[in-house]
Design a binder for this molecule. Sequence first.
Ligand SMILES: [Fe+2]
Length: 471
Amino acid sequence: MPFSKFKTPEKYRYQTGFGSYQESEAVEGALPIGQNTPQRPPFGLYTEKISGSAFQAPRPDNQQTWLYRIIPSVVHEPFEPEALQDGAEQATNYNAYDDLVHTPTQVRWDPFDIEEKADWVHSMHLLCAAGDVSTKSGLGYFIFTAGNTMDPTSAFSSADGELLIILQTGVLDIKTELGHLLVRPLEICVIPRGIKYNVSLPEGPVRGYALELHQGVFTLPNLGPLGSFGCANTRDFQIPVAAYEEATEGVEYKIISKFNGRLYEARQGHSPFDIVAWHGTYYPYKYDLGRFMTVGSISYDHPDPSIFTLLASSEGLAELAIFPPRWLVMENTFRPPWYHRNTMAEFMGLIQGEYDARTDGGFRPGGASLHNVMVGHGPDSATHARASEMELLPQKVGEGSMAFVLEANVLLGLSQWAWSKSNKRQLNYNARTWLGLRSHFKKPEKAKVISPFLDQQLKSSGEVQARVNGH
Ligand SMILES: [Fe+2]
């Protein structure tokens, strides 16, 4: 099926497209015609603009949206550091950039535990990161494990970057300033920097992965020789339609802002979700991974995994690639990924099922792995043995499975929480996965040795040792 079968039915309407100009009005006539800032906007609304790029950014990169709302965003009490109810530790889960652990070893985590009491905002844990939030450089990887719906009179936004959300379990009902998004497992969603939203959990606890881009935004990769379509198709991205609520008399709203990795709160007497109409190019969106048109080799070998890229960041910083169920038909080919080292850091997660290149049972939905810059990795020893011997019939892999990789062109540091405090890091990952690989090298007796290496040219190992020792 070229789309996912969801247990939870859709409840909202959407516009479609990617990066295209959109407009939406929740009340007919609320959008001004032909101009952005009429002297008196329709129905007594205020005009507000949100800019996601420099004003003069080239047209394809320009992200601005005009908002027509009941009360402007500026109307709130001053922001103060968030008053924490469940322990001061929560606020520090976001900002741990000064205390990162950098290690060239392979890292893998067991599935992270749900935190029953934590809501969306307070269940976010930084796993690894690079860069600096205040200078808009780098990115942060998070895991969320929320058991609680956000207070309906609260709204959250991050000034620190655009957030890609990869849900693993549960359902997210996201009310944003620009409209509603229902996100179910196998759907991903992107919330731009600064857009306010509230997350409720209609089906109980949720867990998933998130990547915050401090610089740039997500874009659709170019298709090159593939032509005009394939991989993620433009029409399959879904954008909310305008929806608004009016303030209830006497209700106070809490606005939570993540700003330089810290949480701040402000009070206001009107709903932040009061945009009656909007038009522009800066908006949240979602995408069903089941709609991805997976492309691969139909002859021999397999292409670089970039063939599975769904989203790429505008500044070449990060990419999301997914591994959907697919047919493998390549002849005379080692079909799992080859062993490799990469200048990109590779963070992997699993939404459901079993990833076909890692069948040792240690890479589980809700867990993760990180193979950092130039860190060697590849199939585990059992997968290698099986794939080297198997009969190469056409084969469907990944049935019921969805793994993903979030590559980044930075050297990632691990948060103290990811390294030790969460107690989820597998201490035996390397040994369990690869140390079982044995040499199968056997030089045919009659084959002539033409290696230029010293040890092949010297007659005895004693002679080699003497040279090594400098004698
Ligand atoms: Fe890799």
